[in-house]
Design a protein around this ligand. Structure first.
Ligand code: HEM
Length: 509
């Protein structure tokens, strides 16, 4: 707190009066020479920065990650060695809503963690669901346009949302999760989160393993119904942010246990479906969860804008021992985040304290807007050079990865092992009767304003996942079961053709 600081202008000169403009006479106009007034107004006009294109509404906290178990046989990353404790910053977010949106909306939740490791920053940028809607980067901007505002009305549109989701059958599993009771967590503290993608580990013998990251809440899972969420949104749009902040203030530090799933390169080659497809899960019975450590949040930021709004995470930030995978969706993300942040915050965004690594940084980038440090003084600006500056560190080189096949635009749906409905069906079959009913009611309610052709498309997907799922959704949505069964005999393209608005009578005509 700065209670006793005296007011100055932007270059430290004292300000004499911060209430009364300089006017020409006691009742006259303001004069240009009130330069403090000009400075104040000009700064105010520039206080807004672009919000994140998605995940705009969010809350953050600092904490630590402690490794309790030994997974050094899989990774040499120092942050994952037994006993290591690492400081971190974590930001929770919703996806579709803008910066001013209410917290308790039905949506997935983003969970981005920045581990300030002794080998540089590692960012794990995940969600509270184990898989994602889509699997090709090409579809990502379209997904966000479909869930965000309609260009004609300026409003969110269930019609756009469901039209897009149902035209890409790989969305089905994630739709089932979002429409289930888990679609509105009661708090950030009461949800699990996941890295979702397949990443890689490599150990000190340079052996590679594929891995997935899971964080299980120690607070237990709790969710809100639509009715509870509507009531809370009406009272407090910042409910989840307040819950997190208050828990940390009162010393009730939320905790998650980190687990990994491990798949060998050999297992991946023989897996029954593409292990690098983000819309697929690895079954726990086949690839059990291996405990790694505990993540705790224990300190609130001092300033929301400086620390939460200006935080910037990217899956491209990994440390030795942790790497990427052939997941085409992950590959796209490796470009997207840094690019977004150079636009949103500027090219030197990693100099902002919340983003800055705790170790010495020697990336030898020069200049750029808002360069506020010594800019590497007179050190050589080029490499190689004859002065031994900026030498690379080959000891951290990843093992080579064999790839196979010709370069082409492959459609995953042409892969005979691809099944977009298996995981959603498996999920349906493990839900209790009460949760099945919630899922059906949420889905039918969410689709209430959507045209019938799109409802049929979704009903067919539910039916293909599990006949009971299909029958119950069909009934709740007031559709004809015979028609759903008939449509379910078509292949994906046939179903799309048969359910275009022009080919099917809509209930909104
Ligand atoms: C190709 C697919 C994707 C692209 C191109 C993409 C792109 C982006 C971009 C541009 C941002 C805003 C970054 C910023 O302004 O700082 C963002 C935020 C975010 N994305 Fe993605 N995203 C993709 C998929 C995913 C997936 C699969 C996940 C979860 C596993 C995810 C989790 C997040 C989270 C948590 C944030 C908010 C980060 C924060 O709190 O600052 N995204 N994404």
């Amino acid at each position: 707190m700065n209670e006793h600081k005296k007011l100055t202008n932007e270059v430290g000169a004292p300000v004499a009066d911060n209430e009364n403009s300089i006017t020409a006479g006691p009742r006259g106009p303001v004069v240009m020479q009130d330069v403090w007034l000009m400075e104040k107004m000009a700064h105010f006009n520039r206080e807004v920065i672009p919000e994140r294109r998605m995940h705009a509404k969010g809350w953050g906290a600092y904490g630590k990650f402690t490794v309790t178990h030994d997974i050094s046989q899989y990774t040499r990353a120092k942050v994952l060695q037994p006993g290591t404790e690492t400081e971190l910053f974590l930001r929770f977010s919703t996806v579709a809503g803008e910066r001013g949106a209410a917290d308790c909306e039905r949506d997935i939740r983003g969970v981005a963690v920045k581990f300030y490791t002794e080998e540089g920053n590692w960012d794990l940028v995940g969600n509270n669901t184990p898989t994602f809607f889509i699997r090709d980067v090409h579809n990502f901007s379209d997904l966000n346009r479909a869930v965000k505002r309609d260009p004609h009305t300026g409003r969110r549109s269930a019609q756009n949302n469901w039209d897009f989701w149902t035209l890409l059958p790989e969305c089905f599993h994630q739709i089932t999760v979002v429409m289930s009771d888990r679609g509105i967590p009661a708090s950030f503290r009461n949800m699990h989160f996941f890295g979702e993608h397949t990443f890689s580990f490599y150990n000190d013998k340079n052996q590679r393993f594929w891995c997935k990251f899971h964080f299980k809440t120690k607070q237990g899972i709790k969710n809100f119904s639509n009715e509870e969420a509507a009531r809370i949104n009406g009272m407090d749009r910042e409910y989840h942010g307040k819950d997190l902040f208050d828990a940390i203030e009162r010393g009730d530090f939320p905790k998650w246990t980190m687990y990994v799933q491990i798949m060998t390169e050999e297992q991946a080659k023989n897996h029954y479906e593409n292990p690098f497809d983000i819309t697929k899960i690895w079954r726990h019975a086949e690839y059990p969860l291996i405990e790694v450590g505990e993540l705790e949040l224990n300190r609130n930021p001092e300033n929301y804008f400086a620390e939460v709004e200006q935080s910037a995470f990217t899956p491209a930030h990994v440390v030795p021992g942790i790497g990427f995978s052939p997941d085409r969706f992950l590959q796209g993300r490796l470009f997207s985040y840094g690019d977004a942040q150079r636009y949103r915050l500027g090219v030197n965004y990693n100099h902002i304290p919340v983003n800055r690594a705790k170790v010495e940084v020697n990336e030898y980038h020069r200049d750029g807007a808002m360069r506020a440090d010594g800019n590497y003084g007179g050190a050589p600006a080029y490499s190689p050079n004859s002065y031994g500056a900026w030498t690379a560190q080959p000891e951290v080189m990843e093992p080579p990865l064999d790839l196979e096949g010709a370069m082409y635009r492959y459609d995953p749906k042409d892969d005979p092992t691809d099944d977009c409905f298996r995981a959603g069906g498996d999920l349906w079959r493990v839900l209790t009767e009460e949760k099945k009913q919630i899922l059906i009611e949420n889905t039918a309610g969410d689709m209430a304003s959507v045209t019938e052709n799109i409802k049929y498309r979704h009903a067919v997907h539910c039916y293909l996942a599990d006949p009971e799922y299909g029958e119950r959704f069909t009934e709740a949505a007031g559709l004809c079961m015979d028609k759903v069964k008939e449509l379910s005999k078509l292949d994906n393209n046939g179903l799309i053709q048969a359910t275009l608005s022009s080919t099917m009578q809509s209930n909104h005509d």
